[in-house]
Write a protein that binds this ligand. Structure first.
Ligand code: ADP
Ligand code: MG
Length: 327
């Protein structure tokens, strides 16, 4: 399959099968896609995330899951701002043996486009080149002007909340690396979280006007929360036992592993957000509307830094900094 046949047969055809939506004047096929100017009082949210083989995924990962995850991690950034998905572009570097493998390409594109359909996010263009397998997606979304959920809005006294489950993706990674032994059922449950994360799009939108700050969790709770604390010039106190209880897979892990996976595991793609205590009912309503569970794990403090305590209120030692690609 040549480059143009590949683009047409694998991507353009699937993109054309997604019902067109207002806002996209021209999709795949010309030198540029054309987006209509955003409606009045609307801002365009834009984000790019890249996945590189060997760094973000194993070479043998199922191609359908890879397509899903490549878009899911980008949609997660829109979710973290409270934006509504509109469109995305796909830049793909493919080793020659992948470019020749129609089954692999079809499965990758199916995984990608199933998620695109589910969130009405149109594939409007991209680039395809030979090279080591790498997938770079740029997403575009809409936000009512001034209502983005930013990192710099946390205030001392705010509650600290997290959506969904934590640590299962890291648990799957440890099992894949043979550092921990799981039953087939446990392995399947944890791998689902590693390979097919759910972007919390509905929750992000429901939290507009409710949350004071928000970030999505890609590199681990402690590290990603650190970005919010830094941007907002505040600190936080976290009940580490509540966080540890958010590991979903019933796995034979030690208390220390449970803390490490949930506080610093990475690849969770949940939202961590803050809101004043007088908005607890509104947070619960947003969570119900979005059909996404949320848990209050602590609060924001004027004193900088991240303080961890256990269920009995005892301070926990140990550092749970997030994953840094260059560290
Ligand atoms: P150019 O030479 O101008 O970069 P290309 O030949 O790379 O154009 O792409 C032709 C068309 O196909 C463009 O509209 C481009 O956006 C689209 N395209 C290329 N690769 C992809 C891809 N992986 N997914 C979706 N659209 C793509
Ligand atoms: Mg090109």
């Amino acid at each position: 399959m040549g480059e143009f046949e590949l683009i047409e047969r694998v991507f353009a055809r699937r993109a054309a099968a997604v019902p067109p939506r207002a806002g996209i004047a021209l999709g795949i096929g010309d030198d540029c896609a054309l987006l209509a100017a955003p409606p009045p009082e609307t801002q365009l949210a834009v984000s790019t995330d890249m996945l590189v083989e060997g760094r973000h995924f194993f070479p043998e990962v199922a191609p359908n899951a890879l397509g899903h995850k490549a878009l899911a991690v980008n949609l997660s950034d829109l979710a973290a701002m409270g934006a509504e998905p509109l469109a995305f572009t796909l830049a793909l570097a493919l080793p020659p043996e992948r470019a020749r493998d129609a089954d692999w390409l079809d499965a990758f594109a199916d995984g990608l486009m199933a998620l695109a359909q589910a969130y009405r996010c149109a594939l409007i263009g991209g680039d395809t080149t030979a090279g080591p397998l790498a997938i770079s997606i740029t997403v575009f979304g809409y936000l009512p002007r001034g209502q983005a959920l930013r990192r710099d809005g946390a205030r001392a006294g705010d509650d600290l909340w997290v959506s969904g489950a934590l640590g299962d993706a890291r648990l799957a990674l440890e099992a894949l690396r043979n550092r921990i032994v799981l039953s087939p059922a446990q392995q399947a449950q944890a791998r689902q979280r590693l390979e097919r994360p759910t972007p919390r799009i509905a929750l992000g939108q429901a939290l507009r006007g409710v949350a004071s700050s928000c970030i999505d969790l890609s590199d681990g709770l402690a590290g990603d929360l650190g970005h919010v604390l830094h941007a907002s010039d505040v600190g936080a106190r976290i009940n580490a036992d509540v966080v540890a209880s958010l590991l979903q897979t019933p796995a034979p892990v030690t208390a220390q592993q449970r803390y490490a996976y949930t506080l610093a595991g990475g690849d969770d793609y949940e939202l961590i957000f803050t809101a004043p205590p007088n908005r607890r009912a509104q947070v619960e309503t947003a969570a119900r509307q979005a059909a996404t569970p949320v848990t209050r794990i602590g609060g924001i403090t004027a004193m900088p830094g991240l303080a961890l305590h256990d269920a009995a209120g005892r301070a926990l030692a140990g550092s749970f900094a997030g994953f840094d690609h260059f560290a």
